[in-house]
Design a binder for this molecule. Structure first.
Ligand SMILES: [Zn+2]
Length: 284
């Protein structure tokens, strides 16, 4: 699906994206800050109208308090709004493998998409801002999908041009800045965000560009484990988590519930937080 070819049209010069050696349109967002040390990429949906420039214009407004390095339109064209040596504001409250504040170390790429939609009885498909979209009209294709992270919904397909552009840009960024991960917004904000939608081929993209088959989302449980309200063996179990559950570690500490020092992790699972004994967690 993703051809890694030497004729990638994208490259990076002076922290700007170039296509065929010409800078792509750069429309500066005021919503940015200085400290930035990139290690990865976070992919997003705009969850808004599909008109070209709509998302880019929103990121121009100070009251949006949001931005992305790049926005990729339905036709595959791309606009840059924050230079690659500056921090864009796309992730919000977030953590990747235990490290909080993902904006500080990840590029943000927005893909124009409607976000989660409902299908009404008359066959129309409605995003959160209403409107009347129909499967098969205006070149739009929707599919029903349900995942644990996203819930049930009708989702707008990404265009081939969008996927091609995003893939090639990720390849260029990874090469230039020696990045180690690509993650969806939903993976770094468990229970809070659901973008990109389930139709985006995230695992295939990671497999092609990073040689990974594992999902992002951090370490997993080696055995069934009690999620606890605080790091002790008191009567404080929130619920039992199954072996293999993927954890998002928020904080790690050393505690002595039985007199001897033990490592415990504060973790987020879905929309819950609690403590897990460190011996039950596979570090990778
Ligand atoms: Zn997002």
């Amino acid at each position: 699906m993703f051809d890694i070819t030497p004729d990638n049209p994208f490259n990076i010069r002076n922290h700007s994206l170039c296509a065929n050696d010409e800078p792509v349109p750069f429309v500066r967002s005021p919503n940015q800050s200085a400290a930035f040390a990139p290690r990865g990429i976070i992919l997003h949906d705009t969850a808004g109208r599909l008109d070209k420039g709509n998302a880019v214009n929103w990121f121009l407004r100070p009251e949006a308090k949001a931005s992305a390095h790049l926005t990729v339109e339905r036709d595959g064209s791309v606009t840059q709004q924050v230079a690659f040596n500056r921090c864009a504001w796309h992730a919000g409250k977030s953590s990747y493998k235990g490290q909080r504040g993902v904006n500080l170390f990840a590029f943000g790429i927005e893909m124009v998409n409607l976000g989660k939609c409902n299908k009404l009885r008359d066959g129309s498909i409605q995003p959160w801002f209403k409107g009347d979209y129909r499967d098969g009209t205006d070149g739009l294709h929707f599919a029903f999908a349900a995942t644990r992270a996203h819930g049930k919904g009708w989702w707008l397909d990404y265009t081939a041009a969008q996927i091609r552009t995003v893939s090639a840009i990720c390849q260029a960024l990874i090469g230039k800045y020696d990045l180690s991960f690509i993650a969806g917004h939903w993976e770094i904000t468990p229970g809070r965000k659901i973008d990109p939608n389930p139709l985006f081929p995230l695992d295939a993209l990671r497999g092609a560009l990073l040689g990974e088959t594992e999902k992002a989302g951090g370490p997993t449980l080696l055995a069934d484990a009690n999620l606890r309200r605080w790091p002790s063996y008191a009567d404080n179990v929130i619920r039992v988590l199954k072996k293999g559950t993927s954890l998002d570690i928020i904080r790690t500490g050393s505690y002595k519930p039985l007199g001897q020092s033990e490592i415990w992790h504060l973790v987020a699972v879905g929309d819950q937080q609690g403590w897990i004994n460190g011996a039950l967690v596979d570090p990778d």
